[in-house]
Design a protein around this ligand. Structure first.
Ligand code: ADP
Ligand code: MG
Length: 238
């Protein structure tokens, strides 16, 4: 399960309202992309959902439960950032195992989940290496592996590919898409990259200055952009 509903969620930093009250429901199993220019509030919105940022108002429900004040570790979500934040002194296996160790998962179950994640991410041959001995793409896969083994009800990605070169980004997009098909877990994916949004999303949420300009499938947005901002951003022919 992984249905996420935002009800009148808002966020201000001091006097500045970065997210005016916003309503949005992300369905269980959906691949939902938040897209918009730099500074429009994508990361803030994701961090509110993750619980890494306190809301200034409104409610966040996950599978019908109010989690507005629930600490991040108890929301059942896993976040993948653009910076990999792997432990350099630990092997890939230990990096992936770390969140399970913290959660008190027993050793046999840890081994099972590591095997499964490594298989899904093509990391089986690299489990005994250190992060420094991996390519950028492999390091990003380890970061995703660390999210997978927590068996979250949703994955939250914040521009996970922005540190990778263009060719690698294309491959990783496909891998994340395939992972979504395999796991059919809810994924919220933040990007400022229109191509990424249009190729990966079941549904796109276009943000401008913390407001939702339009929500729809890539085809909806391409065929019927609501305004020039959406048209321009999505690159539709209007
Ligand atoms: P995006 O991820 O779309 O680039 P962000 O969510 O990072 O945008 O930022 C949205 C706005 O909120 C920006 O104007 C940014 O400067 C501001 N902002 C983000 N985090 C903070 C913070 N901790 N304190 C003050 N302002 C912030
Ligand atoms: Mg951001």
């Amino acid at each position: 399960m992984g249905r996420i509903e935002l009800k009148g969620v808002r966020k201000a930093f001091g006097e500045v309202e970065v997210i005016p009250p916003l309503d949005l429901a992300i369905e269980d199993g959906e691949f939902c992309v938040f897209v918009g220019p730099s500074g429009c509030g994508k990361s803030t919105l994701l961090r509110l959902i993750a619980g890494l940022e306190d809301t200034s108002g409104g409610h966040i429900e996950i599978d019908g439960l109010d989690m507005t004040d629930t600490p991040p570790a108890r929301r059942g979500l896993a976040m993948v950032f653009q910076s990999y934040a792997l432990y350099p002194h630990m092997s890939v296996r230990k990096n992936i195992a770390f969140p399970m160790k913290m959660a008190g998962v027993d050793a046999a179950e840890q081994a099972r989940r590591i095997e499964a994640a490594a298989r899904a991410l093509n990391l089986s041959d690299y489990l005994d290496r250190r992060p420094g001995q991996l390519s950028g793409g492999q390091r990003q896969r380890v970061a995703i592996g660390r999210a997978i083994v927590r068996e979250p009800s949703a994955f939250l990605f914040d521009e996970p590919l922005s540190n990778l070169d263009a060719a690698l980004r294309v491959g990783m997009r496909m891998e994340i898409g395939e992972l979504h098909e395999q796991l059919s877990t809810t994924m919220i994916y933040v990007t400022h990259d229109q191509v990424e949004a249009m190729t990966m999303a079941d549904r796109i949420v276009v943000l401008r200055a913390g407001r939702i300009e339009q929500v729809g499938t890539p085809l909806d947005l391409y065929r019927s952009p609501r305004n020039l901002f959406v048209a321009g951003f999505i690159g539709s022919p209007r």
